[in-house]
Design a protein around this ligand. Structure first.
Ligand code: SAH
Length: 236
């Protein structure tokens, strides 16, 4: 039998399922996602104006970004292949009385089901966990309406990113569990841009997210060496 969802790494999904119950604990392994969320939320809202927009969040996990976009007035669907993260996301949305639709489906599958249905597509900290990121990028391009907005964030691939995102975060500072990230799966901005361009997405902006260990704070800026955000528009 052929695998119906070939672009999913079961080990990656398990990794997040095992931790999922702590997703909304700000002092857990998910602290970095909580800490960067206001930055990326404002970045997305500044460029795409979320109020009233139909948004899909690919690889939404426990729903940190999805919920925050719904709070800004967007109509949000969150998809993920992990069952437990989605359960946690649903419970949390209920508790916080925010409306988000969550579904366990792959990006590729929902792209065939709902092509060009969304004003905005977001896919954050997820591409570095899939076997074929270009296929997810193509699915994101298929999901967005012509003229719509697509946002990605991931980790850059260079010695500095290895030193900070893996050695620093996983081994020195213990901010993330060991094995969270695999260096070979990191993606250079040039690679992401090329994959996106080949499926009709035009780069509009790139921003770096940097961590200051002294102040334990993140900021957006020009330094894209480690973690970065990219904003694309689909051709009309
Ligand atoms: N985007 C969220 C969560 C990032 S963690 C945020 O930034 O807050 C990465 C998420 O990607 C996990 O929830 C994991 O289950 C999901 N994921 C990994 N591979 C996936 C795939 N092939 N399809 C859908 N989701 C996937």
């Amino acid at each position: 039998m052929t695998n119906p969802t070939p672009n999913v790494d079961p080990n990656e999904i398990r990794k997040f399922e095992d931790l999922a119950w702590r997703w909304w604990d700000r002092d857990s392994e998910f602290k970095p996602l909580h800490d960067i969320n206001p930055l990326r939320l404002n970045y997305i809202d500044d460029h795409a104006h979320l109020q009233g927009k139909n948004v899909i969040d690919i690889g939404c996990g426990g729903g940190i970004l999805a919920e925050s976009m719904a709070r800004r007035g967007a109509i949000v669907t969150g998809i993920d292949m992990g069952a437990t993260p989605l359960e946690v996301a649903e419970l949390h949305a209920l508790e916080s009385q925010v409306e988000v639709t969550y579904r366990q489906i792959s990006a590729e599958a929902i792209a065939t089901e709902a092509p060009e249905q969304f004003d905005v597509v977001t896919c954050m900290e997820m591409l570095e966990h899939v076997p074929d990121p270009a296929s997810v990028i193509a699915a994101c391009a298929a999901l967005v309406k012509p003229g719509g907005d697509v946002f990605f964030s991931t980790l850059n691939r260079n010695p500095k990113a290895f030193a900070l995102a893996i050695v620093g975060a996983e081994y020195v500072m213990n901010m993330l569990p060991k094995g969270t990230h695999e260096y070979a799966k990191f993606i250079k901005p040039s690679e992401l841009e090329r994959w996106a361009r080949s499926v009709g997405l035009e780069l509009r902006n790139i921003a770096g997210m940097t961590y200051n260990p002294l102040f334990q704070s993140y900021r957006l800026g020009k330094d894209v060496d480690v973690n970065y955000l990219m904003y694309f528009k689909k051709e009309m």
